[in-house]
Design a protein around this ligand. Structure first.
Ligand SMILES: *Cc1c(COP(=O)(O)O)cnc(C)c1O
Length: 390
């Protein structure tokens, strides 16, 4: 057997016996994985924007899949148009920003210190395209935009767009107030829902995202349990045309047809179970936040903790156990509980697998952090999880 395939099998064996609480991850169904690993993985399909001719042969089924995935995306998000080809949330973002902004333009974004995505740093996407990023004034403790400060910055700096969305994402935005400012100062509203696309699809979070933004975009593999990829949704026909033109040969070439097929399978599952899934995710976060806090593992934003799949660990609280974000993650990992090194705990995957006893999850985390060995309890728990999709 191939040496690499041996490692892949070892990895799958290992991770299938871990409790995955990583906020950026999820689990794909067997059917979606079958699509992703299908023969489509080595095929091309490129429909020309103007002539509508495909540059490749043998593609009619791929084209049928793409049309069907677009239709499902529009249904899930209640949008007129969907661009389902981006190979990641980041690529969706690049393709969108270059369709809205010109070189020299500035835009607003949420700073990393407030939970924002590092891709908005000046030396990342803005630097690449000659844009200037301006941080949105923000009240960290309330996880709310400082609207007074925002209006001041908008008046002064005259940005062309406001980009919402965070990587540490626990609360909705007041899009009504964003819309007022956007209307008064002619700003495009871009909602980077990378982390919450599955919750929006399941109507468990920010249900006005599509109505009150010019563009909703994000990843298809965080709370949305599809393959790694990106998606863009809008009701603006001109904008979707510009975005589509700004994709192929600019931010990417082929769009990985097998990924698109896997996304389609996941969308069928989302249409069937999305609402139940999204409400379970949010409920589980809240309950796990309470459970951990009661065990003196501090979670930020007490008493509401979170309206999403994420909990943010309070570093001050874990420092009393001589832990920081990294040792917190590594200690749990020794016990096969996987969280990232950024102090985020996510409930998407365990919710998809039907785990609802958050007191038990809290207890396992607490024991592991108290240097009790809980690997066996964790592997037993995970192997008992049943999902019709797993
Ligand atoms: C994860 C993330 C991205 C990038 O998405 P990929 O799918 O990893 O390319 C963009 N924006 C935000 C807010 C994110 O959290």
């Amino acid at each position: 057997m191939s040496e690499i395939l041996k490692l892949v099998k070892k990895f799958d064996e290992y991770r299938s016996k871990c409790l995955n609480l990583q906020a950026s991850e999820n689990i794909m169904s067997r059917d979606a994985r079958a699509a992703l690993g299908s023969g489509m993985a080595s095929r091309y399909s490129h429909v020309d924007h103007e002539t509508h001719e495909n540059s490749y042969g043998g593609t009619s089924i791929i084209e049928e899949i793409e049309e069907s995935v677009k239709r499902m995306a529009s249904k899930l998000y209640r949008s007129k148009y969907a661009e389902v080809r981006p190979i990641g949330g980041h690529v969706a973002l690049e393709s969108t920003l270059i369709s809205i902004l010109k070189k020299g333009d500035s835009f607003l974004y949420i700073d990393e210190k407030d939970g924002g995505y590092p891709g908005y740093r000046q030396d990342m996407i803005p630097g690449m395209f000659g844009f200037t990023g301006i941080p949105i004034p923000y009240f960290y403790d309330r996880q709310e935009i400082d609207f007074y400060g925002l209006e001041k910055v908008v008046k002064e700096k005259k940005p062309r767009a406001i980009v919402l969305g965070q990587s540490a994402f626990v609360k909705e935005y007041d899009l009504g107030r964003i819309n007022e400012i956007a209307w008064n100062y002619d700003l495009k509203v871009v909602y980077d829902g990378s982390h919450v696309m599955g919750l929006i699809a399941g109507k468990g979070f920010q249900t006005d995202a599509i109505f009150r933004s010019d563009v909703l975009l994000g990843s298809t593999h965080k709370t949305f349990f599809g393959p790694q990829g990106g998606i863009i949704l809008t009701n603006d026909g001109d904008l979707i045309n510009r975005i589509s033109e700004n994709m192929i040969w600019k931010t990417m070439d082929n769009y990985h047809p097998s990924r698109l097929a896997a996304l389609g399978v996941s969308m069928e599952e989302m249409l069937a179970t999305g609402e139940e899934y999204a409400s379970a995710v949010v409920r589980n976060s809240r309950n796990l936040g309470k459970a951990l806090n009661d065990l003196k593992i501090g979670i930020k934003f007490n008493p509401w903790f979170s309206f999403t799949h994420q909990l943010i660990v309070d570093e001050k609280s874990i420092s009393r156990r001589s832990l920081d974000r990294i040792s917190f993650s590594k200690t749990l990992e020794k016990n096969r509980i996987i969280v990232d090194r950024d102090g985020r705990i996510g409930t998407s995957e365990i919710s998809r697998l039907g785990l609802h006893d958050m007191d038990m999850v809290g207890e396992l985390i607490n024991k592991a952090l108290s240097n009790e060995e809980v690997t066996k309890e964790v592997t037993d728990l995970v192997s008992g999880l049943q999902s019709k999709y797993w």
